[in-house]
Design a protein around this ligand. Structure first.
Ligand code: SAM
Length: 292
């Protein structure tokens, strides 16, 4: 949920219909939302498709995987008062830079996901990373989730629009609100990989997110997180995660991205690594010592 100050800032922006501008300043990848004010890392090529009424459709492709194409609908740029005051709405504003990098990472390492079960948590309005796995990696199952019903409804539209790309991969969507008390019987220990982009900013959700991750993941599975540092919130998460997971954090994990990052720091007035440059965090369950 938003803090009171944030909530009123977004409320004012929505009333004035300046929502995109507000979020641009706070670290989005508007190139992916077509506003053009801040460049994304450009790891995926994004082409706006002819607009059907109010809808915004984009074609995503990536030079790493020549046949890879996704047709993706974004949510409308303005949001209603009801949505603003309801469940966390940050996933419906734009595709955040961490989601772009996570999708790119999954395409680069797509062979890891072959015949594996994959879940994306907090997938926002597009589920871009999970859909990239579904379209390119020959996974056995991909479950795309978010806690915001509007996001999940939009992801379902995107999954349907790209169904012809999925081959034998089963792709489903689900509204999953992270919950420290829920044992999620339907997903318990189901997944080889859990994907998560830019979901660590909400410190009061760290415990419930970790519980959900621990519950969903197979004992030998792996969680792949991309997240900006965002005012130290990622380090607070890492400290908590160490109680149940082995944690590895990488800052320079992809030379192409690192080069872009260094160049942006030098040349872009709007680039702020604290909110734009994602760290890669890998979690694995700490295995209990087998009884002798
Ligand atoms: C900053 S957005 C990131 C969305 C997407 N991964 C991206 O990077 O574009 C954070 C996402 O976490 C989801 N979220 C926040 N709190 C949640 C919770 N308690 N349970 C489930 N999802 C939650 C929001 O709905 C939102 O889609």
């Amino acid at each position: 949920m938003y803090s009171g100050k944030q909530r009123w800032k977004y409320l004012r922006a929505a009333v004035l219909q300046k929502t995109t501008d507000i979020f641009v300043r706070e670290g989005t990848t508007p190139a992916l939302t077509s506003s053009g004010t801040f460049e994304s890392f450009g790891l995926l090529a994004v082409r706006a498709l002819p607009i059907a009424g109010e809808e915004q459709w984009f074609e995503y492709s990536c030079s790493l995987v020549p046949d890879f194409r996704l047709t993706i609908r974004h949510c409308p740029k303005t949001i209603s008062l009801e949505q603003l005051t309801g469940f966390n709405n940050t996933g419906n504003i734009c595709v955040w830079s961490s989601e772009e990098v996570l999708a790119y990472h999954c395409l680069r390492h797509k062979d890891c996901f072959s015949e594996r079960r994959v879940c994306e948590l907090g997938a926002g309005m597009t589920g871009l990373a999970g859909l990239s796995v579904a379209a390119a990696a020959n996974a056995s199952k991909v479950v795309l989730t978010d806690g915001n019903e509007l996001s999940v409804a939009n992801i379902a539209v995107n999954a349907a629009a790209n169904a012809s790309m999925f081959g034998s991969t089963s792709v489903t969507t689900s509204c999953v609100v992270w919950d420290s008390l829920n044992e999620f019987p339907e997903y318990k220990k189901m997944f080889d990989y859990i994907l998560c982009a830019d979901c660590l900013f909400f410190r009061d959700c760290h415990d419930s997110l970790l519980h959900t991750m621990l519950t969903f993941l197979k004992d030998e599975g792996e969680i792949i997180i991309f997240t900006p540092k965002r005012n130290g919130s990622c380090w607070d998460f890492v400290e908590k995660a160490k109680r149940q997971f082995s944690v590895r954090v990488f800052e320079r994990y992809d030379e192409q991205l690192w080069t872009i990052h260094v160049e942006r720091q030098r040349s872009s007035a709007t680039y702020n690594p604290d909110i734009h440059y994602p760290l890669k965090i890998i979690l694995k369950k700490i295995q209990m010592q087998e009884a002798v």
